[in-house]
Structures are given as C-alpha cells and as structure tokens.
Ligand binder design. Structure first.
Ligand SMILES: Nc1ncnc2c1ncn2[C@@H]1O[C@H](COP(=O)(O)OP(=O)(O)OP(=O)(O)O)[C@@H](O)[C@H]1O
Ligand SMILES: [Mg+2]
Length: 130
C-alpha cells in the first residue's frame, strides 16, 4: 500500500529545549494511526512538527511523496493536513450565546445559515478560557 505520510527521524526543539529525539512514522493510505504516550512525551509536538508549526531541526517529513518539512504551515495545510487544537484556546473572547445573535444582524453576509434559532440561544454564555 502507498505511504501517505512519512516522518523520518525528526528532531524538534522549543528554543534550546529539544523534545523530539528521532521519531519516525510510516502511515499508509487508508490507515488510521494513533500516537500514544504519557503526558509531555511529545505527541502534540510531533503533530506540530508535521504541520511546520514547530519546525523540525533535523529529519524529514514527506506527504504523498512531497517533502514538506521546509514548507510554511499554510502550504502544508492546503495539501490536506490539519490539526484539531487541544484545549479551549481558540476564541477566548467568544461565548455561545452572543455569537449567533451578532451574526443574525448581518443576514446578507451569512445567508441565514447561522440563524440557528432558539436552540442555540438557550446555550449558557460561558466564555472560553485562556
Ligand atoms: N511552547 C513550548 N515551549 C517549550 N516547551 C514546550 C512547549 N510546548 C510543549 N513543551 C514541552 O515539550 C514537551 C512535549 O510536550 P507535548 O505538548 O508535545 O507533549 P504531549 O505528549 O502532547 O503531552 P500531553 O499528553 O500532555 O498532551 C514537554 O516537556 C513540554 O513541556
Ligand atoms: Mg498533547
């Protein structure tokens, strides 16, 4: 089966603090791979390395036979690699109750698709965390 994602002996550091010491992966078409390990062992950093968010210091990353470890993250994302960020840090100023209300004031821009009606309006106004 064809290899879709190949990570070859990568090393990654946050500044002078190296946290990835030679990880290799070979993920084939149709496979689902899971990265397991205790807290702080480097699972997220491995994903960040693949996406170029924390670029690798050494080693190579290939996606569909294209070398991507020197690419900018936006280009890597356009190839079809995505990450779902952990934590609740995406929209810390947003809350569930306020947003649909604001969007409903601009129906021409949102074509009514965000007018989710009373079900959304009943969600408590819980702000995100930092
Ligand atoms: N922005 C950062 N700056 C410096 N060190 C960091 C940074 N992010 C993570 N680290 C360190 O890198 C190491 C690996 O962290 P990482 O978040 O990749 O682990 P993880 O396996 O995803 O952990 P968890 O299971 O808690 O999600 C840890 O020692 C962590 O403290
Ligand atoms: Mg993590």
């Amino acid at each position: 089966m064809k290899t879709v994602l190949r990570v070859d002996n990568i090393e990654t550091a946050y500044g002078r603090s190296q946290v990835i010491f030679g990880i290799s992966l070979d993920i084939k078409e149709g496979e689902t791979a899971t990265l397991l390990g205790r807290n702080g062992v480097g699972k997220t950093t491995t994903l960040r390395s693949i996406l170029g968010l924390t670029p690798v210091k050494r080693g190579e990353v290939h996606f569909c036979d294209q070398r991507i470890d020197a690419m900018a993250t936006d280009r890597i994302a356009r190839l079809g690699i995505a990450i779902v960020p952990e934590g609740r840090l995406i929209f810390p100023e947003s809350d569930c109750a306020g947003k649909p209300g604001r969007l409903r004031q601009q129906p021409q821009q949102n074509q009514g698709s965000m007018d989710a009606g009373p079900r959304v309006r009943t969600v408590p106004a819980t702000a995100g965390t930092r």
